[in-house]
Design a protein around this ligand. Structure first.
Ligand code: ATR
Length: 275
């Protein structure tokens, strides 16, 4: 019987996950379908009960359900538990098990540029949900120096205090980070600044950026934010959010099917769609 996969969220119409996964099912000759499902906040619990009743094989979780879904799952992977958010659920013999592949997807994308990330000096901009996923996954994977700057410094401080892994980390204001920007090898941007309605804004001044450093922005719409444009001017190596997006999907696909899919194919597919 055809297997069913899904993504639940609100809004959901513009998700590129169905395109990406349905292409892979076809490519790997799997009798499966991936369906976007519009689920409002107040209907989350009923939606999970329904997905279990119909025997869905797995699903992705997006805004606004990534944190709220946790109590409705049968089991949550320790990393997802630490992050406090689930983006991938696997049906294991009738039990819904939650994972978070966002941080792992980010690392897979980053290591395609820098194979050895552990000894790099890294600055993370932002302290929201995406920053949490990336921070804890980097910390779990042995990053030694990882500072965070955020508009609200207190949120960066809390994120660091909650981290169960040992590393050197300072919570900074944006100004402090700007002043010592030359010391970082890799800068990771996770805030909303650069996407609509903040398209023309830049979250941090790159005046002191060292040439040859890496600037990775997790935004993929637009493909080139103002930050990435400014980084190019400074001769940095830039990366947009497409790599994180396709890699988080690739890891989810592997959890569901056992197949690690062709990430290059996924990336091309998404880029074609974005035009
Ligand atoms: P996500 O899940 O995408 O990470 P989030 O949890 O709402 O979203 O986090 C948004 C991040 O963008 C936060 O770091 C937020 O900064 P604050 O903690 O100070 O709110 C940052 N952000 C959002 N709008 C911003 C703005 N106008 N200027 C600066 N930072 C902003």
């Amino acid at each position: 019987m055809k297997k069913l996969y899904a993504v639940i969220g609100d809004p959901i119409a513009h998700s590129m996950s169905p395109l990406m996964h349905n292409d892979l099912f076809q490519y790997y000759n799997l009798d499966a379908h991936y369906q976007p499902l519009f689920v409002k906040k107040e209907n989350l619990k009923e939606a999970i009960v329904g997905l279990k009743a119909i025997g869905v094989s797995g699903f992705n979780v997006t805004i606004p359900h990534k944190t709220e879904i946790i109590p409705f799952l049968d089991e949550v992977d320790p990393l997802a538990e630490q992050i406090g958010a689930v983006n991938t659920v696997v049906n294991q013999n009738g039990r819904f098990v939650g994972f978070n592949t966002d941080g792992l997807g980010f690392i897979a994308g980053l290591t395609s540029l820098v194979p050895e990330i552990q000894a790099q000096n890294v600055l993370l901009i932002g302290a929201g949900g995406a920053a949490r996923a990336i921070f804890y996954t980097l910390a779990k994977n042995g990053i030694q120096t990882l500072d965070i700057c955020n508009r609200t410094v207190q949120k960066a401080t809390e994120l660091i205090l909650d981290c169960p892994y040992k590393l050197n980390s300072n919570a900074l204001s944006i100004k402090d980070a700007e002043n010592q920007l030359q010391q970082y090898d890799i800068i990771i941007q996770t805030t909303n600044i650069g996407m609509s309605p903040f398209l023309e804004q830049i979250p941090i001044s790159l005046e002191r950026l060292r040439s040859g450093s890496i600037v990775s922005d997790i935004i993929y719409n637009p493909l080139e934010t103002q930050l990435l444009k400014a980084a190019k001017e400074k001769d940095a190596v830039i990366q947009n959010g497409i790599d994180m997006f396709v890699n988080q999907g690739a890891i989810a696909f592997q959890y569901w099917t056992g197949i690690m899919p062709d990430v290059k194919r996924m990336k091309q597919n998404v880029l074609d769609q974005l035009g």
